[in-house]
Design a protein around this ligand. Structure first.
Ligand code: 13P
Length: 263
Protein backbone atom coordinates (compact mmCIF):
# COMPACT_ATOMS: atom_id res chain seq x y z
CA UNK A 1 0.00 0.00 0.00
CA UNK A 2 1.19 3.51 -0.78
CA UNK A 3 1.76 5.81 2.20
CA UNK A 4 -0.20 9.03 1.88
CA UNK A 5 1.71 12.26 1.39
CA UNK A 6 0.55 15.71 2.43
CA UNK A 7 2.71 18.62 1.31
CA UNK A 8 2.23 22.23 2.33
CA UNK A 9 3.25 24.71 -0.36
CA UNK A 10 3.73 28.02 1.44
CA UNK A 11 4.30 29.85 -1.85
CA UNK A 12 5.62 33.42 -1.36
CA UNK A 13 4.38 33.76 2.22
CA UNK A 14 5.88 34.04 5.70
CA UNK A 15 8.93 35.74 7.16
CA UNK A 16 11.30 33.75 9.38
CA UNK A 17 9.25 34.72 12.41
CA UNK A 18 6.02 33.65 10.70
CA UNK A 19 7.55 30.37 9.53
CA UNK A 20 8.79 29.62 13.04
CA UNK A 21 5.42 30.34 14.61
CA UNK A 22 3.59 28.20 12.05
CA UNK A 23 5.90 25.19 12.44
CA UNK A 24 5.87 25.39 16.23
CA UNK A 25 2.09 25.60 16.36
CA UNK A 26 1.70 22.73 13.88
CA UNK A 27 4.13 20.53 15.81
CA UNK A 28 2.11 21.19 18.95
CA UNK A 29 -0.88 19.31 17.53
CA UNK A 30 0.75 16.97 14.99
CA UNK A 31 0.46 13.26 15.81
CA UNK A 32 2.74 11.37 13.38
CA UNK A 33 1.35 8.27 11.65
CA UNK A 34 3.63 5.74 9.92
CA UNK A 35 1.50 5.70 6.74
CA UNK A 36 1.22 9.49 6.27
CA UNK A 37 4.26 11.52 5.23
CA UNK A 38 4.13 15.27 5.79
CA UNK A 39 6.27 17.78 3.90
CA UNK A 40 6.54 21.54 4.26
CA UNK A 41 7.81 23.67 1.38
CA UNK A 42 8.82 27.14 2.62
CA UNK A 43 10.35 29.89 0.51
CA UNK A 44 14.09 29.44 -0.11
CA UNK A 45 15.23 31.86 2.58
CA UNK A 46 13.31 29.99 5.29
CA UNK A 47 14.51 26.47 4.34
CA UNK A 48 17.43 26.44 6.72
CA UNK A 49 15.39 27.76 9.63
CA UNK A 50 12.59 25.27 9.06
CA UNK A 51 15.11 22.43 8.73
CA UNK A 52 16.40 23.22 12.21
CA UNK A 53 12.87 23.42 13.63
CA UNK A 54 11.83 20.00 12.27
CA UNK A 55 15.11 18.14 12.74
CA UNK A 56 13.89 15.81 15.50
CA UNK A 57 10.50 15.19 13.93
CA UNK A 58 9.26 13.02 11.01
CA UNK A 59 8.38 16.16 9.00
CA UNK A 60 10.17 16.45 5.66
CA UNK A 61 11.40 19.54 3.87
CA UNK A 62 10.76 20.59 0.28
CA UNK A 63 11.83 23.37 -2.07
CA UNK A 64 9.33 25.17 -4.30
CA UNK A 65 11.51 25.21 -7.42
CA UNK A 66 15.08 24.57 -8.54
CA UNK A 67 17.50 25.33 -11.37
CA UNK A 68 19.14 22.38 -13.09
CA UNK A 69 22.81 23.36 -12.96
CA UNK A 70 24.84 22.22 -9.95
CA UNK A 71 26.64 25.54 -9.57
CA UNK A 72 27.91 28.46 -11.61
CA UNK A 73 27.21 32.01 -12.71
CA UNK A 74 23.41 31.81 -12.54
CA UNK A 75 22.39 34.84 -10.52
CA UNK A 76 19.25 34.34 -8.53
CA UNK A 77 19.01 30.59 -9.08
CA UNK A 78 19.07 27.80 -6.50
CA UNK A 79 20.71 24.48 -7.39
CA UNK A 80 19.86 20.90 -6.41
CA UNK A 81 23.19 20.81 -4.56
CA UNK A 82 22.09 23.77 -2.43
CA UNK A 83 18.73 22.11 -1.72
CA UNK A 84 20.47 18.88 -0.77
CA UNK A 85 22.86 20.80 1.47
CA UNK A 86 19.99 22.43 3.38
CA UNK A 87 18.36 19.01 3.81
CA UNK A 88 15.52 19.14 1.30
CA UNK A 89 13.93 15.76 0.65
CA UNK A 90 11.43 16.95 -1.98
CA UNK A 91 11.09 19.78 -4.49
CA UNK A 92 8.05 21.08 -6.34
CA UNK A 93 8.59 21.34 -10.11
CA UNK A 94 6.35 22.92 -12.72
CA UNK A 95 3.80 24.49 -10.41
CA UNK A 96 1.19 26.25 -12.55
CA UNK A 97 2.14 29.58 -10.95
CA UNK A 98 5.73 29.02 -12.11
CA UNK A 99 4.37 28.20 -15.59
CA UNK A 100 2.45 31.52 -15.66
CA UNK A 101 -0.94 29.81 -15.42
CA UNK A 102 -3.06 31.46 -12.74
CA UNK A 103 -6.53 30.35 -11.71
CA UNK A 104 -7.56 33.62 -10.15
CA UNK A 105 -6.00 35.85 -12.83
CA UNK A 106 -4.11 37.90 -10.20
CA UNK A 107 -1.18 38.78 -12.44
CA UNK A 108 -1.08 41.57 -15.01
CA UNK A 109 -1.11 39.74 -18.38
CA UNK A 110 1.83 41.93 -19.49
CA UNK A 111 3.94 40.24 -16.82
CA UNK A 112 3.11 36.70 -17.88
CA UNK A 113 6.18 36.35 -20.15
CA UNK A 114 8.26 36.46 -16.95
CA UNK A 115 6.77 33.12 -15.92
CA UNK A 116 8.24 30.57 -18.28
CA UNK A 117 8.62 26.81 -18.10
CA UNK A 118 8.88 24.36 -20.96
CA UNK A 119 8.82 20.57 -21.10
CA UNK A 120 12.60 20.75 -21.54
CA UNK A 121 13.23 22.98 -18.53
CA UNK A 122 11.06 20.75 -16.34
CA UNK A 123 12.77 17.62 -17.65
CA UNK A 124 16.17 19.10 -16.80
CA UNK A 125 15.04 20.12 -13.31
CA UNK A 126 13.72 16.62 -12.61
CA UNK A 127 16.91 14.95 -13.83
CA UNK A 128 19.01 17.31 -11.71
CA UNK A 129 16.91 16.65 -8.59
CA UNK A 130 17.07 12.87 -9.08
CA UNK A 131 20.86 13.10 -9.34
CA UNK A 132 20.80 14.61 -5.83
CA UNK A 133 18.26 12.05 -4.55
CA UNK A 134 15.66 14.78 -4.01
CA UNK A 135 12.14 13.59 -4.89
CA UNK A 136 10.47 15.83 -7.47
CA UNK A 137 6.81 16.71 -7.04
CA UNK A 138 5.80 17.38 -10.64
CA UNK A 139 2.66 19.53 -10.93
CA UNK A 140 0.31 19.21 -13.86
CA UNK A 141 -3.20 20.48 -14.51
CA UNK A 142 -5.49 22.19 -16.97
CA UNK A 143 -6.90 25.72 -17.04
CA UNK A 144 -10.64 26.39 -17.03
CA UNK A 145 -10.56 27.22 -20.75
CA UNK A 146 -8.88 23.88 -21.47
CA UNK A 147 -11.44 22.03 -19.32
CA UNK A 148 -14.36 23.83 -20.96
CA UNK A 149 -12.96 22.87 -24.35
CA UNK A 150 -13.01 19.20 -23.26
CA UNK A 151 -9.21 19.04 -23.28
CA UNK A 152 -8.45 18.44 -19.58
CA UNK A 153 -7.40 14.79 -20.01
CA UNK A 154 -5.27 15.51 -23.08
CA UNK A 155 -3.53 18.51 -21.50
CA UNK A 156 -2.55 16.57 -18.40
CA UNK A 157 -1.37 13.61 -20.43
CA UNK A 158 0.67 15.86 -22.70
CA UNK A 159 2.29 17.66 -19.74
CA UNK A 160 3.38 14.35 -18.22
CA UNK A 161 4.66 12.85 -21.47
CA UNK A 162 6.39 16.04 -22.54
CA UNK A 163 8.28 16.31 -19.26
CA UNK A 164 9.02 12.71 -18.30
CA UNK A 165 9.64 10.97 -21.60
CA UNK A 166 13.20 9.78 -21.93
CA UNK A 167 13.61 9.12 -18.20
CA UNK A 168 14.28 5.48 -17.34
CA UNK A 169 11.72 3.67 -15.15
CA UNK A 170 14.47 3.21 -12.54
CA UNK A 171 14.84 7.01 -12.35
CA UNK A 172 11.10 7.53 -12.08
CA UNK A 173 10.62 5.05 -9.26
CA UNK A 174 9.17 6.92 -6.27
CA UNK A 175 8.38 10.09 -8.21
CA UNK A 176 5.45 12.21 -6.98
CA UNK A 177 2.95 13.91 -9.30
CA UNK A 178 0.42 16.50 -8.22
CA UNK A 179 -2.74 17.00 -10.26
CA UNK A 180 -3.66 20.62 -9.66
CA UNK A 181 -6.43 21.97 -11.88
CA UNK A 182 -5.43 25.61 -12.38
CA UNK A 183 -9.02 26.83 -11.98
CA UNK A 184 -9.18 25.32 -8.46
CA UNK A 185 -5.99 26.92 -7.14
CA UNK A 186 -6.62 29.68 -4.65
CA UNK A 187 -10.13 30.17 -6.04
CA UNK A 188 -12.15 28.20 -3.47
CA UNK A 189 -13.56 26.08 -6.35
CA UNK A 190 -12.58 22.56 -5.39
CA UNK A 191 -12.68 19.82 -7.98
CA UNK A 192 -15.38 17.24 -7.17
CA UNK A 193 -13.81 14.29 -5.37
CA UNK A 194 -14.77 11.74 -8.07
CA UNK A 195 -13.38 13.96 -10.81
CA UNK A 196 -10.15 14.52 -8.87
CA UNK A 197 -9.93 10.73 -8.53
CA UNK A 198 -10.60 10.20 -12.25
CA UNK A 199 -7.91 12.72 -13.24
CA UNK A 200 -5.39 11.17 -10.83
CA UNK A 201 -6.22 7.81 -12.46
CA UNK A 202 -5.33 9.30 -15.85
CA UNK A 203 -2.05 10.53 -14.37
CA UNK A 204 -1.27 7.02 -13.13
CA UNK A 205 -2.17 5.34 -16.44
CA UNK A 206 -0.04 7.84 -18.37
CA UNK A 207 2.85 7.07 -16.06
CA UNK A 208 2.29 3.34 -16.58
CA UNK A 209 2.37 3.79 -20.34
CA UNK A 210 5.53 5.93 -20.16
CA UNK A 211 7.40 3.68 -17.74
CA UNK A 212 6.19 0.43 -16.19
CA UNK A 213 3.77 -1.15 -13.74
CA UNK A 214 6.08 -0.84 -10.74
CA UNK A 215 6.59 2.89 -11.26
CA UNK A 216 2.87 3.51 -11.79
CA UNK A 217 1.78 1.39 -8.83
CA UNK A 218 4.21 2.94 -6.36
CA UNK A 219 4.04 6.57 -7.56
CA UNK A 220 2.20 8.88 -5.24
CA UNK A 221 -0.31 11.08 -7.00
CA UNK A 222 -1.58 14.08 -5.10
CA UNK A 223 -4.53 16.39 -5.62
CA UNK A 224 -4.09 20.14 -5.12
CA UNK A 225 -6.46 23.09 -5.42
CA UNK A 226 -8.52 24.66 -2.60
CA UNK A 227 -8.06 21.66 -0.31
CA UNK A 228 -9.56 22.44 3.08
CA UNK A 229 -10.33 20.41 6.22
CA UNK A 230 -13.94 20.00 5.09
CA UNK A 231 -13.26 18.64 1.59
CA UNK A 232 -9.97 16.77 2.07
CA UNK A 233 -11.39 13.51 3.39
CA UNK A 234 -13.64 12.90 0.37
CA UNK A 235 -10.79 13.61 -2.03
CA UNK A 236 -8.37 11.34 -0.15
CA UNK A 237 -10.94 8.50 -0.27
CA UNK A 238 -10.44 8.22 -4.03
CA UNK A 239 -8.34 5.13 -4.84
CA UNK A 240 -5.88 6.97 -7.10
CA UNK A 241 -5.42 9.98 -4.80
CA UNK A 242 -2.46 9.46 -2.47
CA UNK A 243 -2.64 12.77 -0.64
CA UNK A 244 -2.61 16.47 -1.27
CA UNK A 245 -0.55 19.51 -2.19
CA UNK A 246 -2.00 22.21 0.01
CA UNK A 247 -1.58 25.95 -0.54
CA UNK A 248 -3.58 28.44 1.52
CA UNK A 249 -4.72 25.98 4.18
CA UNK A 250 -1.11 24.98 4.91
CA UNK A 251 -0.48 28.48 6.26
CA UNK A 252 -2.84 27.79 9.14
CA UNK A 253 -1.48 25.22 11.62
CA UNK A 254 -4.90 23.95 12.70
CA UNK A 255 -6.22 23.59 9.13
CA UNK A 256 -3.07 21.85 7.96
CA UNK A 257 -3.19 19.48 10.93
CA UNK A 258 -6.83 18.63 10.12
CA UNK A 259 -5.97 17.92 6.49
CA UNK A 260 -3.12 15.65 7.64
CA UNK A 261 -5.56 13.96 9.99
CA UNK A 262 -8.03 13.44 7.11
CA UNK A 263 -5.30 11.48 5.29
P1 13P B 1 -4.58 26.41 -2.70
O1 13P B 1 -4.68 25.26 -1.76
O2 13P B 1 -4.34 27.73 -2.03
O3 13P B 1 -5.70 26.43 -3.69
O4 13P B 1 -3.24 26.16 -3.57
C1 13P B 1 -3.01 24.91 -4.11
C2 13P B 1 -1.65 24.88 -4.64
O5 13P B 1 -1.32 25.59 -5.57
C3 13P B 1 -0.67 24.00 -3.99
O6 13P B 1 0.50 23.92 -4.72
Amino acid sequence: MRAKLIAGNWKMHLTLAGATALVEEFLGSYRPKPDVDVVVCPGFVALSKVRSLIKDTPLKLGGQDVFWEEEGAFTGKVSPAMLADVGADYCIVGHSEARGRFGGGQVDPNLLPFFVETHESLHQKIEALLYRAITPILCIGETLAERDAGRADAVVEQQIRGTLQGLEPSALFGVVLAYEPVWAIGTGKVCEAEEAGRMCGIVRETLRDLSDDDVATTARILYGGSLKPDNAYAVFQQPDVDGGLVGGASLNAASFAQIVHAA
